[in-house]
Design a protein around this ligand. Structure first.
Ligand code: SF4
Length: 298
């Protein structure tokens, strides 16, 4: 039962069935609850299912939808949408601008989940660090971590532009906050970072990585894109040097491919496929050795 789910599905809508006739399901990120409700009809009637176009109702349908009754873990969405407009990303176009949930709703939801037997929580958002609803993200982390019954607390995803020493300090202070941080750096070239509209430099990122490790002693993971439009060998070497210097426990390395309607798609896709594959393989091989080194050390 092949399906396309997420932001690209939202961007293409019914055109996705034309481009990929083998698809049975096309579902945008805000329509997942409708998909769950209608899976039965797909199994019985063999109809194709198209669910797109819903506006996120961050305080309503996500509530309680993101956990399995078989585990002690629950996801709690704290912010939806994104204002960052990274030039390669369609999230701000399909999920809209940032909307933070009132913090009291989040605290209430965590308490209800604890009553239901949960004790591990992941706070979710495209950019959790920009959470703001009377209080900011660090204060929210502080409040959630102090709720009786919260044994483990983590969060996804952080943006380097908004990460800070204050965040690392609260992580270090609270025993129940997971000492793992996912902080995507995407490229080590300041020129490419500017084209990506990421809002930080290689130097700023390396400083953050260094502060994080010094303050928390925790694990660090990242995302990297190779073959972004106009990326030269020198740009790639800058990226390689970040991988070499930051000490990532895990790195998710992607080959660039254009997303519809994004500014980066207008820059062309001029790095040849073979070259993207070569750069991808170099980083993968490199990261494998680094990951082994960190596993041995830990
Ligand atoms: S911060 Fe993440 S979600 Fe937002 S535009 Fe950039 S890549 Fe997309």
């Amino acid at each position: 039962m092949p399906g396309l789910i997420g932001c690209v599905a939202e961007a293409y809508k019914e055109r996705a069935f034309k481009r990929a006739p083998y698809l049975d399901i096309v579902c945008g990120p805000n329509d997942l609850y409708r998909l769950v409700e209608n899976l039965g009809s797909l199994a019985q009637n063999k109809e194709k299912l198209l669910f797109t176009g819903a506006q996120a109702r961050v305080n309503e349908f996500y509530r309680g939808a993101w956990f399995s009754d078989e585990t002690k873990h629950a996801y709690v969405i704290i912010i939806e949408g994104c204002n960052n407009f990274c030039s390669y990303c369609i999230v701000p176009f399909v999920r809209g601008r940032e909307r933070s949930r009132p913090y009291k709703d989040i605290l209430d939801e965590v308490k209800v989940l604890i009553d239901g037997g949960k004790n591990e929580f992941t706070l979710l958002g495209q950019n959790v660090n920009s959470y703001r609803a009377q209080i900011g993200f660090i204060e929210l982390l502080d409040k959630v971590s102090k709720i009786e019954g919260v044994e483990k607390l983590s969060f996804l995803t952080s943006h380097p532009k908004d990460a800070s020493r204050g965040l690392f300090e609260i992580m270090a202070q609270r025993d129940n906050i997971d000492k793992r941080l996912h902080l995507p750096f995407q490229s080590g070239s300041d020129r490419i970072l500017k084209l990506m509209n990421r809002g930080y430099t290689k130097g700023r990122y390396l400083q953050l990585a260094c502060d994080y490790k010094r303050i928390t002693g925790g694990a660090l993971s990242t995302d990297v894109i190779v073959g972004f439009p106009t990326e030269t060998e020198n740009d790639f070497l800058e990226t390689k040097s970040v991988l070499d210097g930051a000490g990532f426990d895990t790195a998710y390395i992607f080959k660039y491919s254009p997303r519809p309607h994004t500014p980066a798609a207008g820059l062309g896709d001029d790095v040849p496929k073979e070259e993207k594959e070569r750069r991808h393989k170099i980083l993968l091989d490199m990261q494998k050795k680094i990951s082994i080194k960190y596993k041995i050390r830990n």
